[in-house]
Each structure stands twice: as structure tokens, then as C-alpha cells.
Design a protein around this ligand. Structure first.
Ligand code: ADP
Ligand code: ADP
Length: 224
């Protein structure tokens, strides 16, 4: 699903944020991306989602060489990916329904189809019945679940999460990780950047460890 061949990323004026990274995640696998703040975790995720472009090397997603993908391919590539952020980036002046529906509205789905899919996504994260609520009335854990529902509503093949439990207490963090496992169990490839070693040491997934932009292990992720 994801392959990095000697990928480097240098921001203008900086040193390499990622240096000669090799990595392979087969479809259906799940892994954690670890490393200190500034190690390059967000950058690696952004390259996959085409939020940033590679400086050197080749990056393949689902067989497509993203390093060569023209700008007009970006929307199609993003449709394969669900992204989850630490601060979940919900729209606070919209209801839960509207937040989760957003990717479907952008993709131009029909009204009826949108309602059906939004309810299915909310059901998966345990928030069915909260469609009319505004995010501000929900707890932090529930807000993150809305963010996850929005990320999966398009049925992406790949979920990328950047510190998804960064603001949550340990119990809620475990619940969120369990949700990711459930998506992985139905075939979604999952890559989660996290520095919560306490949490991820209890889970049976491989760790890709970054230090100063370099991957310290082989980068070859096996199926769990
Ligand atoms: P992490 O997610 O592991 O904290 P990042 O990928 O955010 O690491 O950052 C890796 C390195 O790249 C850091 O040195 C950071 O300051 C730098 N960096 C990240 N984004 C930018 C940017 N837009 N412009 C310049 N430097 C950046
Ligand atoms: P978040 O990941 O929640 O969006 P961050 O604080 O990690 O917030 O990063 C905010 C933005 O600043 C990101 O787009 C990141 O790429 C960028 N950034 C990080 N480090 C630098 C840097 N040294 N110079 C310029 N931009 C940076």
C-alpha cells in the first residue's frame, strides 16, 4: 500500500526533515510511527497525503508513484486516505452530521447516500444519535471520534493518524486505538504517529522509529 524508496524531504532553507527513508507497508497492515518531536513523523504522513512533496526518492501509494504525480491527481489520491489529527480540526459552527458529511459533499455524493454513509460512520465510532449535536457540547474523546468518523466516511483504504490521542487520558486513548484496530481488522491499512510509548507498547504492531529524519529499523512492516 505504501512504499518509500530512499525518500528525502527538505523544507526550503532547512536541513533534511526526512533522510533516505525506506519503508514498505503492505495493504491491510498496521504500524506505529514513533520518534521525538521534530523527528519527522508529521512530515512522513504529509508526504503520503501529498500535503508536502518529496525532495528526492520515490514514494508509491497503492502502486502509484506519488513523487511524479501532477497536481491535478492530488484530489483523487486524497480520496484513498483518511487523515486524523491531534486537534481533530472539526468545524465548531457545524453539527456533527455536517462535519462528518463534509468529505462526501466535496466528493459530490447524493443527499440520500450522504445521510446513509454519515450514519454508518457515526455508528462505527459509537456516536449514532449525536448527528444534531455541535462539537463543543461533546467531550474530547467524542470529538476525536467525530474526527475519525469524518476520516472513514469515504471508506478510505488507508488511515493516517498524527498523534490522535495526544490530548486524551489513558482510558480514552485505549478506546481510540481499539477503534483503529477495528478498521484494520476489516482491511484498512493504518499508520499512527504517536509518542505515547506506554500505550503502544501494549499493542502488537510494528514500530517504525524515526530519529532526526532517519528510520532506525528496516521499515519492512509485516502483517500482524
Ligand atoms: P514530528 O512530527 O516528528 O514532530 P515534523 O515532521 O513536524 O516532526 O518536523 C521534522 C523537522 O522538519 C523539524 O525540524 C521541523 O522543524 C521541520 N519542519 C516541519 N515542517 C516544516 C515546514 N513547513 N517548514 C520548515 N521546516 C519544517
Ligand atoms: P499540527 O501538526 O497540529 O498541525 P504543528 O504544531 O505540528 O501542528 O505544526 C503546525 C504547522 O507548522 C505544520 O504545518 C508544520 O509543518 C509547520 N511547521 C513545523 N515546524 C516548522 C518550522 N520549523 N518552520 C516552519 N513551519 C513549521
Amino acid at each position: 500500500m505504501i512504499r518509500f524508496d530512499n525518500v528525502s524531504k527538505r523544507y526550503p532553507g532547512g536541513k533534511d526533515a526526512l533522510h533516505a527513508v525506506n519503508l514498505h507497508m503492505p495493504a491491510g497492515s498496521m504500524a506505529f510511527l514513533t520518534g521525538h518531536s521534530g523527528a519527522g513523523k508529521s512530515t512522513l504522513l504529509k508526504l503520503i497525503a501529498l500535503l508536502e512533496r518529496t525532495t528526492r526518492g520515490q514514494l508509491f501509494l497503492d502502486g502509484e508513484n506519488l513523487s511524479r504525480a501532477p497536481k491535478r491527481r492530488i484530489p483523487m489520491v486524497r480520496r484513498k486516505i483518511g487523515m486524523i489529527f491531534q486537534n481533530h480540526r472539526l468545524l465548531f459552527d457545524r453539527t456533527v452530521f455536517d462535519n462528518v458529511a463534509l468529505p462526501l459533499v466535496i466528493a459530490g455524493h447524493r443527499h440520500q447516500e450522504i445521510g446513509r454513509r454519515v450514519r454508518a460512520a457515526l455508528d462505527k465510532v459509537g456516536l449514532l444519535g449525536h448527528e444534531r449535536a455541535f462539537p463543543i457540547t461533546l467531550s474530547g474523546g467524542e470529538q476525536q471520534r467525530v474526527g475519525i468518523a469524518r476520516a472513514v466516511v469515504n471508506k478510505p483504504k488507508l488511515l493516517l493518524a498524527d498523534e490522535p490521542t495526544g490530548n486524551l487520558d489513558p482510558d480514552l486513548s485505549r478506546d481510540i486505538m481499539h477503534l483503529f484496530e477495528q478498521f484494520n481488522q476489516v482491511g484498512v491499512t493504518v499508520l499512527i504517529a504517536s509518542h505515547d510509548l506506554d500505550l503502544i507498547s501494549r499493542m502488537p504492531y510494528e514500530r517504525l522509529h524515526l530519529e532526526h529524519g532517519q528510520l532506525l529499523n528496516s521499515g519492512e512492516v509485516a502483517m500482524a
